[in-house]
Write a protein that binds this ligand. Structure first.
Ligand SMILES: Nc1nc2c(ncn2[C@@H]2O[C@H](COP(=O)(O)OP(=O)(O)O)[C@@H](O)[C@H]2O)c(=O)[nH]1
Ligand SMILES: [Mg+2]
Length: 369
């Protein structure tokens, strides 16, 4: 059953696949039986949620260490499922090891080739020239084609993979990340109970070389689809001049806890398709982080976006370590508060607090540099 999706919405999702690409049979489930899964802690029911990781077979040990941390700090008490996606088939070792680590059900999906390649309207010569230029300018991943496929896939497709359709919520986990504190509450339940749609832990400024025309494209989208722009949006977080220019602030999307039905909504799909047509995933190197963040900032109400101070997180090279010693002791954190990125100059989290009219947590003044 496709929870939360009407029949026409489902048709939109499936219409994208050609018959050959349909991923329906291209996945495996783990050998667990439902009785093996731990019951959620406390009285609250488990939410309709899953972890999701895009990974290569070669990412195995890095994703294994990430899973182990997520399990030890949180999921062993909840048993949420985990979906793994890959442009190539996962090998047996990858499946065996990850299934042994995850307390919930695991499933392994192959990405349809049409979603891991540049669309037919992209001019290959123009895209290649752009990559060469970026390589010369030392732009990170500037010459990588697969990184571009990855950014486009995370921007527009993972949430409509067959294996994701039955879920309403996801938590994205990348290889090599760390969690430094226990979680004392189920973040999915928090999202549901507080009517949130998008949650983040780290925000920062994007390299402008990767997105020179993104904001102009977004402005065109806003003109063409004014009905999709939320009234009480977060433009103030994204722009310092009421939308004229982009200040490059974005949520770091290697961590996300968010609502899949929102990404599958007509407004998000119109937004993604508009950007995809413009070609910037290949002629530039648009990242899924600014793409998701601008969408969250404009299509959602600002109160639907949440900053998880309590979830400590590391992805090379930045750390979010909860501000406030009481918090860190209560949650058994092993991060050094000095490493906390939130209040440093390259973070946008201060701006987020200001936009939301939120008071900064006690002790933030000591972490400004
Ligand atoms: N299957 C697959 N996953 C990829 C590929 N490239 C990147 N990823 C995944 O995409 C995510 C982002 O890639 P990563 O190398 O961590 O990029 P970074 O965090 O921006 O430095 C991670 O979950 C990777 O495992 C690829 O070619 N194939
Ligand atoms: Mg990464």
């Amino acid at each position: 059953m496709l929870i939360g999706l009407s029949r026409p919405q489902r048709q939109v999702l499936f219409a994208f696949y050609t018959k050959e690409e349909r991923p329906a049979t291209d996945h495996d489930l783990s050998p667990h039986s439902p009785d093996d899964f731990p019951k959620p802690k406390g009285s609250r029911p488990r939410q309709n949620a899953t972890f999701v990781s895009l990974a290569r077979n070669s990412d195995l040990w890095e994703i294994a260490s990430a899973i182990r941390q997520v399990e030890d700090r949180f999921n062993r008490d909840y048993g949420y499922d985990w979906v793994f996606l890959n442009d190539k088939p996962f090998d047996e070792t990858f499946k065996k090891v990850t299934t042994s680590l995850v307390s919930g059900k695991t499933s392994y999906g192959r990405i349809p080739p049409g979603q891991w390649s540049s669309p037919e309207w992209i001019d290959p010569d123009k895209a290649q020239k752009a990559r060469e230029q970026m390589k010369e300018n030392n732009v990170i991943y500037g010459d990588s084609v697969t990184y571009r496929h990855m950014c486009r896939y995370e921007s527009g497709f993972f949430f409509r993979h067959q294996l994701m359709l039955d879920y309403e919520w996801y938590w994205r986990v990348e290889p090599g990340i760390r969690l430094h504190c226990d979680l004392h509450e189920d973040p999915f339940a928090f999202m549901v109970e507080n009517r949130k749609k998008y949650g983040f832990v780290i925000s920062l400024y994007e390299y402008i070389e990767t997105i020179p025309t993104l904001w102009n494209t977004v402005k065109q989208f806003m003109r063409e689809y004014p009905q999709h722009i939320a009234e009480d949006n977060s433009m103030e977080f994204l722009s310092d001049d009421q939308g004229e220019t982009y200040n490059k602030c974005h949520f770091w999307s290697n961590f996300e806890i968010a609502n899949l039905d929102w990404l599958r909504s007509q407004s998000y799909l119109d937004y993604f398709n508009f950007l995809d047509q413009a070609g910037g995933f290949y002629y530039e190197r648009w990242g899924d982080a600014p793409v998701h963040s601008i969408a969250a900032g404009l299509l959602l109400k600002k109160e639907e976006i949440h900053f998880f101070n309590d979830i400590s997180y590391y992805h090379n090279p930045f750390t979010h370590c909860p501000t406030g010693e009481k918090n860190r002791l209560r949650l058994k954190c092993d991060c050094n508060p000095k490493d906390n990125f939130d209040w440093k100059g390259y973070s946008c989290t201060s701006r987020f607090f200001e936009m939301q009219g939120m008071e900064k947590p006690e002790g933030y003044e000591n972490q400004l540099d």
